[in-house]
Ligand binder design. Structure first.
Ligand code: 3HC
Length: 302
């Protein structure tokens, strides 16, 4: 009897109410997908202005999604968009929404202290069952989780840009993440219509650990004078079947993000040649040319 009691007490949590902190590209994208799959979403950021922009972005992206689906029924398409948007509320106060959240997912600035402070504050207000997760692409989940008293209910959920299109979610378990929490995160990823893979809490998890060194090596190849940006991009698209070349993808991901990732790795493991920083990348970031989002990176955008 006690066995069935204890197993029901630690049953994996079915995630319905989701609080997403951070209304940037990733946070808004995750909010969109969660709302589209019937979850109740509270999107949190620091100001109403940012949040209004996030919702505009979600609306724009949903319209791209429905354009084909409802090609000859624009009213039905509009109704579809509005229905999904009804699942998204916005707030500037994470403390207000946390008592009803099954999952708190963070997609804010890549700063360990800021993430730790946020989770530590919410830890005291969240219900016991609620799971905390980070979408970090470069910080150890273990370090972020250490600021809370729920390390068994803490994991990583790493999404890819553009979130509505990319089918993968990396689910990261630390050595303290419980099996129930891991299962909940896995099931949540499936409920979003994504394909989850299981990752250890190692730098870059799977995708970035392979993708970022490849992208930086493309920059170095160009710096060595061995190929133009355009030719390298064409080569990888037509010769390797990648949807974007490494320079296009760097601009798309953001050169600041790329720099942040490679600098963090090279600091930890300076002798690894894969992690050698790129002069060209550093120069563009110093000039504020961060890629598509600032209108210029390796290429110029209108
Ligand atoms: N929202 C909704 N729909 C979108 C969208 C968005 N944000 N972006 C693109 N789409 C849709 C378009 O509407 C279009 O739909 P359709 O085929 O039904 O008309 C479809 O996607 C294709 O778009 P485009 O024709 O504009 O362009 P592409 O065919 O090149 O596809 C892409 C765009 C899906 C972004 C593709 O280029 C791609 O897969 N690029 C690689 C992206 C990638 O590698 N991402 C991972 C980056 S790493 C990362 O995020 C990790 C982080 O930690 C750094």
């Amino acid at each position: 009897i006690s066995r069935s009691f204890s197993s029901s007490a630690v049953r994996s949590v079915v995630i319905k109410n989701v609080m997403i902190i951070g209304g940037g590209q990733m946070g808004a994208g995750i909010a969109q997908v969660a709302a589209s799959t019937g979850h109740s979403v509270t999107l949190v950021d620091m100001s109403e202005d940012i949040l209004k922009k996030s919702v505009k972005g979600i609306e724009g992206s949903l319209k791209r999604v429905v354009k084909k689906k409802f090609a000859d029924k624009p009213e039905a398409g509009e109704e579809f968009v509005q229905k999904i948007l009804q699942n998204v509320s916005i707030s500037t106060d994470p403390a207000a929404a946390v008592p009803t959240s099954d999952l708190v997912l963070e997609a804010i600035v890549e700063n360990l202290k800021v993430k730790q402070d946020l989770f530590s504050r919410l830890d005291k207000l969240a219900p016991a069952h609620s799971i905390f997760a980070s979408n970090t692409s470069s910080l150890p989940i273990t370090d972020i989780a250490s600021s809370t008293s729920r390390q068994d209910r803490f994991g990583g959920l790493h999404f890819f840009n553009p979130v509505p299109m990319m089918k993968l979610v990396e689910v990261i378990a630390t050595s303290a993440t419980s099996q129930e929490t891991f299962d909940s995160l896995l099931n949540f990823s499936k409920a979003l219509g994504k394909t989850p893979v299981s990752c250890k809490d190692t730098p870059g998890f799977i995708v970035n650990r392979l993708l970022v060194p490849y992208m930086i090596e493309a920059l170095r190849l160009h710096e060595r004078g061995h190929g133009s940006k355009e030719d390298i991009d064409i080569a990888m698209k037509l010769g390797a079947g990648y949807p974007m070349g490494p320079f296009e993808l760097s601009d798309y991901v953001g050169l600041d993000t790329m720099k942040f990732i490679i600098d963090g790795w090279s600091e930890k493991d300076p002798d690894n040649p894969l992690f050698t920083p790129s002069e060209l990348l550093n120069k563009l970031v110093a000039e504020g040319k961060l890629g598509k989002k600032t209108g210029e990176g390796f290429y110029k955008y209108k």
